[in-house]
Write a protein that binds this ligand. Structure first.
Ligand code: SAM
Length: 284
């Protein structure tokens, strides 16, 4: 039991660190809120374009301790309905407090996004950001999302893909560390490439009019985000040592080479790719 708990905590730590790297966030620091530069801003931008009218019903799957619930509540207004779905009890409690503090009327349900028990074909919008990359069978979440959307309703997923996270000039240590990271994630059923699969997952679940957008950013010298990869490596520590990097000293050498490369202002660093894909539930 204790071993299970320990494993779960380690997996959660990896998830949080990966999320920060994939969302281009600075490493977690104590004493201040994390900036929200991608998830909410990207969703708001999409809703500006496709519209979410006042009075609409929206649900966010895997909302975490806050997610996009306040944004959605602001968009649908007092006549609308917003439901958050989250499986971690502490995140449910925090999401309830965060929405209350913002004066938003939101129902946060403690349940699994793969089987929410919510009414079928009932929501104008189903949104999920950064949840599939920690879900072993992501198609199950997508299927539930599609089942919740009313005919013509909008389903949007936003996920990261570490593919774009690269540098120039190339560095052998970078490649080896990323390979070890992939291996580590795969062992824990974490797909650091799920972003690229979104259009296929959405079409496969029966959505129509599927669109996708993706972007990467430059992590300039002096920008906190540039240290995301070393921070992730530090967070994983010895866990990264394994078949691909057998010894601690080898890991330390690779880490040092990475640090030196990042410190060089002539090194161009590209962020992970951020993918937003959306589609409509088919009308009968
Ligand atoms: C990386 S966090 C992202 C939180 C939020 N969507 C955001 O963008 O800030 C992923 C969240 O999804 C939740 N989650 C993952 N799989 C889930 C599932 N099957 N059912 C419900 N929640 C899930 C996790 O507990 C976690 O809080």
């Amino acid at each position: 039991m204790l071993v299970d708990l320990h494993e779960q905590l380690r997996a959660l730590r990896l998830v949080l660190q990966l999320r920060d790297v994939l969302l281009h966030r600075a490493p977690v620091r104590h004493g201040g809120p994390l900036p929200r530069r991608t998830g909410g801003a990207a969703l708001a931008h999409l809703l500006d374009r496709v519209g979410l009218p006042p009075g609409a019903h929206a649900v966010e799957l895997g909302c975490g301790p806050r997610g996009n619930l306040v944004l959605l509540a602001q968009r649908v207004g007092p006549q609308g309905r917003v439901v958050g779905v989250e499986r971690r009890p502490e995140a449910v409690g925090r999401a309830r407090r965060a929405t209350l503090d913002n004066g938003a009327v939101v129902e946060v349900r403690h349940c699994d996004a793969r089987s929410t028990g919510l009414p079928r074909r009932a929501f104008d919008l189903v949104a999920a950001t950064m949840i599939l990359f920690i879900t072993p069978r992501p198609e199950e979440v997508v299927a539930e999302a599609v089942a919740l959307a009313r005919p013509g309703g909008l389903v949007v997923f936003q996920e990261g893909d570490i593919v774009a996270h690269t540098c120039d000039p190339p560095l052998a240590a970078w490649e080896r560390l990323l390979e070890a990271l992939h291996h580590h994630a795969r062992q824990r059923a974490i797909d650091v490439h799920v972003g690229r699969r979104l259009p296929r997952l959405l079409r496969g679940a029966g959505l129509v009019d599927v669109h996708v957008e993706a972007r990467t950013r430059i992590q300039h010298p002096g920008n906190d985000r540039r240290s995301g990869l070393p921070a992730l490596i530090d967070a994983l520590g010895d866990e990264l040592a394994g078949p691909l990097i057998p010894t601690r000293s080898e890991l330390a050498e690779l880490r040092a080479a990475l640090e030196q490369h990042l410190a060089d202002s002539d090194t161009t660093v590209y962020s992970p790719m951020y993918v937003q894909a959306w589609g409509r539930a088919p009308s009968p």
